[in-house]
Design a protein around this ligand. Structure first.
Ligand code: HEC
Ligand code: HEC
Length: 198
């Protein structure tokens, strides 16, 4: 009888202790998510996301087997396809039309003009999911240092701020903040913990 009692009391104590630990952990984890650094980091990403989601970037980061064009991101003219290596098909390579620089006739250009690989597709993702995909080894998987360098200096990223005129001769729109400010925001975001919105 006494043995039974001791057993029950011990079991109850253990359960209570377990629940207290769980509550404590949950509280401290929530506390962590609210540190000033994390809040700052999320605020930085709030300003980074609209750049990533701008049509100048999204038109190449498609989840389709074709690139997109214009601020309405319509499918690329002439049924242009992604191809096995994101450079177009054997019959119609991106480089057939896209030269090393923007052409006066309205074809955008750059050193190597090609689509971002499908694992780096952002089309249809929330800002939080784009954020997480950047460092996910199954997707982009860049280290933070490479990510900073890429956003600040990569030639295709830089093109989005020098996109030239479209076929109709109208200047293509650019992200609302400058490339310099964007690079700094990415640095600040990483330095504050690279938090992603849920
Ligand atoms: C037959 C010629 C041709 C081929 C091949 C071609 N493009 Fe284009 N591309 C164009 C023209 C012309 C424009 C400009 C359209 C406009 O301004 O209305 C353009 C525009 C674009 C844009 C739009 C930029 C923007 O933000 O509005 C992207 C992205 C693009 N092409 C990607 C590609 C990719 C990637 C390939 C290869 C898979 C490719 N293109 C193959 C002719 C071509
Ligand atoms: C002409 C097509 C094109 C445009 C425009 C473009 N990208 Fe990309 N992006 C690529 C390609 C291709 C890659 C794959 C990396 C490589 O081959 O350099 C890539 C990779 C990336 C990556 C790495 C993704 C990861 O998860 O590791 C980031 C970040 C990125 N681009 C940001 C941008 C931003 C920001 C813009 C607009 C300001 C932009 N890109 C515009 C083609 C493009």
């Amino acid at each position: 009888m006494i043995r039974n009692w001791t057993f029950t009391v011990t079991a109850l104590l253990l359960v209570t202790l377990g629940m207290m630990t769980a509550t404590f952990l949950a509280t401290s984890l929530r506390g962590q998510a609210q540190t000033p650094d994390t809040q700052r980091s999320l605020a930085y990403f709030d300003r980074i996301a609209p750049v990533l989601q701008h049509p100048r970037c999204m038109n190449c980061h498609t989840s389709t087997d074709f690139p997109r064009q214009g601020d309405d991101s319509h499918p690329h003219i002439m049924n242009v396809k992604r191809g096995a290596e994101d450079l177009g098909t054997a019959a119609l390579q991106c480089s057939t039309c896209h030269q090393k620089a923007n052409s006066a006739s309205g074809v955008p250009g750059n050193e190597v003009w090609h689509l971002a690989p499908l694992r780096m597709a952002w089309e249809g993702l929330s800002a939080g999911d784009i954020c997480r995909s950047l460092t996910d080894p199954a997707k982009g998987g860049m280290t933070y240092e490479r990510l900073i360098a890429h956003m600040a200096t990569d030639h295709l990223v830089a093109w989005a701020w020098q996109p030239g005129n479209d076929l109709a001769g109208k200047p293509r729109s650019t992200p609302l903040i400058s490339h310099g400010d964007f690079g700094q925001l990415v640095r600040d975001w990483v330095a504050s913990g690279a938090a992603c919105p849920s």
